[in-house]
Ligand binder design. Structure first.
Ligand code: FAD
Length: 380
């Protein structure tokens, strides 16, 4: 659907992605949900289309597009009814690899970014720990300096692409716990580094085609050249990219809501009861009209936030509000639309049942609603 920030290029990209989802994603998603991950071949195909390096500089194999075009891609991709597929891609493109683009040295970028853009190097970002989720500053994984190396010890939980990634951006403490957010640094850890392993693979309610894992760092030695950015200033770097991460999650929430509404509208126009179709019931159609009004409002706000990012404005307040609003929207819309399906909406692997399950995490992950509202409140 067109909007104020549409350009012919963005419309073309949206149409291309829509065709790709229809022909290459939706027919295969059930198999990926059963397998618990998206096949690498699929990601490589997306890379060939230029979609895994949209905001990576051209000299490293990317397309170097502007943030609004990048958001157009995230929004279009989020129209898949398989949230697990969408998050696999968007964690790589918008939540993990941007850390390397933003903070990497030329040498680090030259070494890893071409693989990120080509789909050979899948990325993950590992911040959360069992005892530190919303409260990022409380993380306890340690990195101690030993000559020309850092030694990492600790563990991470709930890491998307945790099983299949090749490159991990790991937040660890480089100063005592009482230094709080001023003692956090980010490190690049390659799969296969001695002392680093994938722990438990986590079985989830939704996003089933996304692999999620615990990561274990046990006397894991990495060269000091794998420090990303400045020692003890990793927290600020993480926070900066949280804006883009939240935008991507908002795109997912809006996409989920859009598909749920489409499915419900088609259903209530056909489903017969009490001598007519469900659409004839005022309560049903007004509920859908109201949910769609909220969806459109959140979508317009999301594009406004994307524009704030593109303009380089400080938008932590708006972005936190967007994350809170969109996460709640996805849940309310999925719940309301599922209700329209009656018993069939509760049957496993109908798209509405999956959208409902996939919506749940959107008000928890990447900043729970309450935490986002706290961030916004501080800035009111
Ligand atoms: C499927 C999945 C994928 C994920 N992927 C990643 C990833 O790739 N990388 C990564 O680092 N992390 C990832 N996470 C972690 C995710 O971001 C955290 O789960 C989330 O930030 C919440 O942290 P927590 O689970 O520790 O909950 P807690 O911090 O224990 O919070 C629990 C609940 O308490 C409430 N709450 C918390 N703080 C406040 C407050 N200040 N005021 C009021 N209420 C509050 C909220 O309702 C919150 O949901 C993922 C999680 C899941 C489930």
């Amino acid at each position: 659907m067109t909007h104020v920030h549409d350009t012919p290029e963005r419309a073309l990209l949206r149409d291309q992605v829509a065709r790709f989802i229809e022909h290459d994603v939706e027919p295969h998603g059930d198999g990926w949900e059963r397998a618990g991950s998206v096949p690498r071949g699929m990601l490589k195909r997306m890379a060939e289309l230029g979609w895994l390096g949209l905001m990576i500089p051209e000299r490293y194999g990317g397309a170097d597009v502007d943030p609004l075009t990048n958001f157009a891609f995230a929004e279009a991709l989020s129209h898949s009814t398989y949230g697990g597929f969408v998050v696999t891609v968007l964690v790589h493109t918008d939540m993990a690899s941007p850390h390397l683009v933003n903070a990497g040295t030329d040498a680090q970028k030259a070494r890893w970014l071409p693989g990120v853009a080509s789909g050979d190097t899948l990325t993950a970002v590992a911040v959360t720990e069992a005892a530190a989720g919303s409260d990022v500053a409380g993380l306890r994984t340690r990195a101690r300096r030993e000559g020309d190396a850092y030694v990492l010890d600790g563990s991470k939980l709930f890491i998307t692409n945790g099983v299949n990634a090749d490159l991990y951006f790991v937040a660890a403490r480089t100063a005592p716990l009482d230094a709080g957010s001023r003692g956090v640094s980010v490190f690049i850890v390659e799969k296969g580094t001695p002392g680093f392993r994938v722990g438990q693979v986590l079985d989830k309610a939704g996003w089933r085609s996304s692999d999620t894992a615990e990561l274990v760092l046990d006397n894991c030695w990495i060269p000091k050249s794998h420090l990303l950015g400045v020692e003890n200033q990793g927290f600020r770097a993480l926070m900066q990219n949280f804006q883009r991460e939240r935008l991507a999650l908002a795109a997912m929430a809006i996409g989920n809501a859009t598909r749920a509404l489409e499915a419900a509208l088609a259903h209530v126009r056909e489903r017969r009861a009490f001598g007519g179709v469900l659409w004839d019931r005022e309560a049903v159609r007004q509920k859908l009209a109201s949910l769609d009004a909220r969806r459109q409002a959140v979508r317009a706000f999301a594009w406004h936030c994307a524009w704030l990012v593109a303009a380089g404005r400080d938008c932590v307040r708006e972005m936190s509000q967007l994350k809170a609003l969109s996460g709640e929207l996805a849940n309310d819309v999925a719940y309301g639309c599922q209700q329209c399906f009656g018993g069939m909406g509760y049957i496993r692997d109908t798209s509405i049942e999956r959208l409902w399950r996939d919506a749940r995490i959107l008000s928890i992950g990447g900043g729970a609603t309450e935490v986002m509202l706290e961030e916004a409140a501080k800035r009111l």
